[in-house]
Design a protein around this ligand. Structure first.
Ligand code: PEP
Ligand code: MG
Length: 577
């Protein structure tokens, strides 16, 4: 019998293959009691498993392939650190000694306790590190049983094998990458989980948060993974298989062709130039930006420099990071967003109490204005780095003109300080405002006199317009980028920017979704900033678009308030010549 599951789409593309199951469930851990004289041997078995696990992780850390995602090293270090913590590596021994129970059970008790502590954490990013604890524990379990790593190595061709896991650890990913699986699916993982982050950078068909796939799928069963729609079909019938094979072939052909357009000019069929830029999180991501052929960095999420550490980075450390990106982009624009902290990105060093509703709390520019000294340090670092490339500064989460004016005043203040200290900065730094709260979109005309450019953050704009938490997969089916209200706010912002002669970009995920490229072009957008892996797909769609031919249908979509009609016309728009 064929079963269809729906999850969160992480990586594009389609894979058809046989299931390769890994990882075991933590729910059925054996529990038995030991005779007094067997306790020392059990302790030795546990210590040996810890030693082997440490060796494995260190070996993996030392053999990270050059082309592996940059996050991998950090995740592996985190796993090594978790393993070194007494809660996992020492305390189970006390339990074995006191309760005379088997090592697996002692480890499970410790793991449950840690999981409970992580579950109580308010901040999303830290709470999701629970998965890292579970991944480390699973690895110890395997070694307690003397199992080999579950992933095959060597020359096995796994092109048609699909990895099915309850969860995948970064360490598994090293093998995964080498072993050439066709796709992966997992039961858990929120939009900001490590699995999702890595999946996106690996750029393979992948679907996460499927909840029961590990339970429903049997070894070697045929499955289809549709990483575009977030759909998994178990045991597909002939008709479904045929349909997906066609779509898969089309997807593979299209990917092959894409590389050839890397260097071609970014313009529509009728010759209208379009700027394609890249989003980055850390300075080392610029390597991917250059490979993608992007014309600059449209969004550097600077707050990632402030996360996962105990102290605030000082002015020099920040300056070095911004300077590195500016220099590597060799004169191409680098738009650095001032720290957008708070909500799901709360660093340890920020001693603010956790808000009742963090997404509506002290985030983005609000936090910076509440902490002017901290903000000034970043502005000074940005100004100093502007001597090494074309840095532009973007203010996030603005809500009104008064907030924008306060941010600009802080920028002016930082300039004055540097001048007084005889420290140089570029005279012509462009300043921009992010439009990602509906109120800002509605009063955007008031911003235009005060900034040099605008950038629409559609991820938050959708969240706040539709009242849908962007991180909550239980409402992700309602998170609709083409909701008429969202389209109206975007369109209004583009029109106001055009009228004022200001460049405007989209830097949210919508810019990297090729299904929306024509619609956005039809709405007048000429600047897109996205994850580097998405750039060529969007470029291809743009090269295939003649603006005159999409204008009528785009206007019709924009005027409609009926989601069904919008969906139908959007499809027509994308299917048209
Ligand atoms: C957005 O909200 O669209 C955006 C680009 O910012 P972030 O995703 O970092 O909130
Ligand atoms: Mg945002």
């Amino acid at each position: 019998m064929s079963i269809t599951l729906h999850g969160v789409a992480v990586g594009g593309g389609i894979a058809i293959g046989r299931a390769y199951l890994i990882s075991r469930s933590m729910d059925d851990v054996a529990h038995y009691l030991l005779a007094e004289e067997d306790v020392p041997a059990e302790l030795a078995r546990f210590d040996e498993a810890i030693r082997t696990t440490r060796k494995e992780l260190e070996m993996l850390w030392g053999s990270i392939p050059e082309n592996a995602p940059t996050e991998l090293g950090a995740f592996l270090s985190l796993h090594i650190m978790l393993l070194g913590d007494a809660t996992l590596s020492r305390d189970p021994c006390d339990i074995i000694e006191q309760q005379h129970c088997n090592a697996e059970w002692a480890l499970k008790l410790q793991c449950d306790q840690l999981v409970e502590q992580f579950d109580a954490i308010e901040e999303d990013y830290l709470r999701e590190r629970k998965q890292d604890v579970l991944q480390v524990v699973e690895r110890i379990f395997k070694n307690l049983n003397g199992d080999e790593l579950p992933l095959p190595s060597g020359s096995d061709s796994l092109d048609d094998q699909i990895l099915v896991a309850h969860d995948l650890s970064p360490a598994d990913m090293v093998y995964f990458k080498d072993a050439n699986f066709a796709a992966f699916i997992t039961d858990v993982g929120g939009a900001t989980s490590h699995t999702a982050i890595l999946g996106r950078s690996l750029d393979l068909p992948s679907v996460i948060a499927l909840h029961r796939s590990r339970q429903l799928i049997r070894e070697t069963e045929w499955i289809v993974v549709d990483g575009q729609q977030g759909v998994v079909v178990i045991n597909p019938d002939e008709l479904v298989l045929r349909e997906y094979r066609l779509r898969q072939r089309a997807w593979r052909d299209a990917r092959r062709k894409l590389v050839s357009i890397r260097k071609s000019d970014a313009k529509t069929q009728d010759g209208t130039p379009v700027e394609l830029l890249a989003n980055i999180e850390l300075p080392q991501d610029v390597e991917d930006v250059r490979k993608s052929g992007a014309m600059g960095v449209g969004l550097f999420r600077s707050e990632f420099l402030f996360l996962g550490r105990d102290t605030l980075p000082d002015e020099n450390e920040q300056y070095e990071a911004y300077r590195r990106v500016a220099e590597s982009m060799k004169g191409l624009p680098v738009t650095i967003r001032t720290m957008d902290l708070g909500a799901d990105k709360s660093p340890k060093w920020l001693n603010h109490t956790v808000a009742e509703n963090p997404a509506l709390g002290l985030t983005g520019i609000r936090l910076c204005l509440a902490e002017p000294l901290m903000f000034r340090v970043q502005l000074r670092a940005l100004l100093r780095a502007s001597m090494h490339g074309k840095i532009q500064v973007l203010f996030p989460m603005l809500n009104s003109l008064s907030e924008l004016k306060q941010a600009l005043a802080q920028f002016q203040y930082a300039k004055q300080e540097l001048q007084d200290e005889n420290i140089h900065y570029a005279a012509d730094i462009q300043l921009g405002a992010m439009i990602e709260i509906p109120s800002a979109a509605l009063v955007v005309a008031s911003f235009t006199k005060h900034v040099d450019f605008l950038s629409i953050g559609t991820n938050d704009l959708i969240q706040y317009t539709l009242a849908i938490d962007r991180n909550d997969d239980s409402v992700s089916h309602l998170y609709d980028p083409v909701h008429p209200a969202v389209l109206k706010l975007i369109s209004h912002t583009i029109k106001v920017a055009d009228k004022a002669g200001l460049p405007v970009s989209i830097c949210g995920e919508m810019a990297g979704d090729a299904r929306l490229t024509r619609l956005l072009l039809g709405m007048g957008l000429r600047k897109f900033s996205m994850h580097p892996a998405k750039l060529l797909e969007v470029k291809q769609q743009m090269l295939n678009t003649h603006l005159d031919k999409i204008s009528a249908l785009s206007t019709r979509i924009l005027k409609s308030e009926d989601p069904d009609k919008i969906a139908e016309w959007l499809q027509q728009l994308n299917n048209s010549e």
